[in-house]
Write a protein that binds this ligand. Structure first.
Ligand code: DSN
Length: 479
């Protein structure tokens, strides 16, 4: 982790908490408690991390007070010169870090980033139907009456994304999400035998479906993707390749994913969050090839509200950190640690989706322990192990109870955990799951209830406490 200035930060946080306490003590108490809880638990949620104190402190400023809708140098409010600087610095770091010709750092979240990207692709690619005579060329130029025609027309655009149970994200065309409503959607999955992405099947689906957009990227797929192959498939059918690298942006930034595994040179548009493996503040950003830049730049006010200048400032700080050589070491350790965790599970007889990992995610099939994901997630939490339940391909327990537990290594790697620590984590997880029994519910077998054998939670908490003490969170930070 980058230098964290613990003495200065301790003083700053003491002052901050004192101020908050004088106004609303319950918020000060919850803030203190959250630090204690995060320090005391094994955080294995694949999408979470611990930002540096520099990133966290950057968010607590009066930059938050400024409205700045629009783009750099072209705002709908006066007095945006400092926000312009902040946004320009953050975008410069993003372009340099990822080698992208264009970066847009305003999205407030990954979902916002994806919505901006979808709209930008429509605005760039779709000519307004039958409106050329009226001088209307693109969707951004439509009148109210034209919108009516467009809504009809938009229904005819097609999106091909990874299915949720194969590891895709709900914004990749999941029916209840707006991405599944703006577009005719179809999903691609993984090979039922290996659990791996089947590029030939995907190419065949693309040829048959002829999508406007192919979305690559995932929230729960424990393997790397060949983005050069993805681009070939997209080019073959004239589709725009959009990559959502929210989960693995840190592995791209840290040069673990290079060449065909680096999405940025291959995708037309790349979206990401900034708070997962990238270890920045909560937010999103978009990288794009030049032909999409103008449309992406209209993200605010087309899709987004006013940019959060304090968060863009923190993105700039996090991106500057990610450009340091130490971040490459960190990113490599994320992947090495995931392998150690996977090996730890496999050597103890657990079943993993795809049989292992080569990114930061390990997806454990808990049916091998006779449990649902919901039961396993709750039992692990009782023992201080924080994870999330997750669907597995063709999940017999559906999207609510699920059959999987998703593990991720970015957060504990930030604390300093190494391969031996992750092997011990696997041992502790298996200890909990082996000592968890599904319980009968009122109407037969419950998919939520369970019993944990006496003594298990405390035994695992004690062992975890030793690992956590050896790898402290924000060492030197005292409140
Ligand atoms: N919530 C994120 C995750 O956990 O992967 C995706 O949006």
């Amino acid at each position: 982790m980058a230098a964290d200035y613990p003495d200065t930060a301790s003083g700053a946080y003491r002052a901050v908490l004192q101020v908050i306490e004088s106004v609303e003590p319950r918020i000060a108490a919850a803030t203190r408690k959250e630090l204690a809880d995060q320090r005391d638990s094994l955080k294995l949620i694949a999408s979470e991390n611990y930002a540096s104190l520099a990133v966290l402190l950057t968010m607590g400023s009066w930059l938050s007070d400024k409205y700045a809708e629009g783009t750099i140098g072209h705002r709908f409010y006066a007095g945006c010169q400092n926000v312009d600087t902040v946004e320009a610095v953050a975008a410069e770091h993003a372009r340099e870090l990822f080698g992208a010709p264009y970066a847009y750092v305003q999205p407030h979240s990954g979902i916002d980033a994806n919505l901006v990207a979808y709209w930008a692709i429509l605005a760039t690619r779709v000519e307004a139907p039958g409106l050329a005579d009226a001088g209307v060329k693109h969707v951004n130029d439509l009148s109210e009456a034209d919108w009516e025609a467009l809504r009809h027309k938009l229904g005819n655009q097609r999106l091909l994304g990874m299915s949720l149970d194969a590891g895709g994200h709900l914004t990749h065309g999941f029916r209840p999400n707006i991405s599944g409503k703006m577009f005719h959607q179809r999903s691609y999955g993984t090979d039922p035998q290996t659990g791996l992405l089947d590029y030939d099947a995907l190419a065949a689906a693309a040829r048959e479906f002829k999508p406007l957009i192919i979305v690559a990227g995932y929230s729960a797929y424990p393997r790397r993707i060949n983005f050069a192959a993805m681009r070939e498939i997209a080019d073959d059918v004239g589709a725009t390749l959009m990559v959502d690298m929210a989960h693995f942006a840190g592995l791209v930034a840290g040069k673990v994913f290079t060449g065909d595994e680096d999405p940025v040179p291959h995708a037309h548009v790349t979206t990401t969050t900034t708070h997962k493996s990238l270890r920045g503040p909560r937010g999103g950003l978009i990288l794009a090839q030049p032909e999409y830049a103008d449309a992406v730049d209209k993200g605010c006010p087309m899709v987004l509200g006013g940019p959060l200048a304090h968060v863009m400032a923190a993105k700039a700080v996090a991106l500057a950190e990610a450009r340091q050589p130490a971040f490459q070491t960190y990113a490599k350790r994320i992947a090495d640690n995931a392998k150690a965790l996977a090996e730890g599970f496999l050597s103890r007889g657990a079943r993993l989706v795809t049989g292992g990992t080569d990114n930061h995610i390990v997806l454990l099939d808990v049916t091998s322990f006779g449990l649902t994901g919901r039961q396993a997630e709750s039992a692990l939490l009782d023992a201080g192990v924080v994870t999330n339940r997750n669907s597995i391909p063709a999940d017999p327990n559906g999207a609510w109870y699920t059959s999987g537990i998703r593990f991720g290594t970015p957060a504990l790697t930030s604390r300093g955990f190494g391969a031996a620590d992750f092997d011990r984590v696997a041992e502790l997880v298996v200890d909990v799951l082996k000592n968890t029994q599904p319980a009968a519910g009122a109407r037969g077998t419950s998919k939520a209830k369970y019993t944990l054998a006496d003594g298990t939670a405390q035994r695992v908490r004690d062992a975890a406490a030793e690992l956590l003490a050896a790898n402290p969170l924000y060492p030197g930070l005292t409140l």
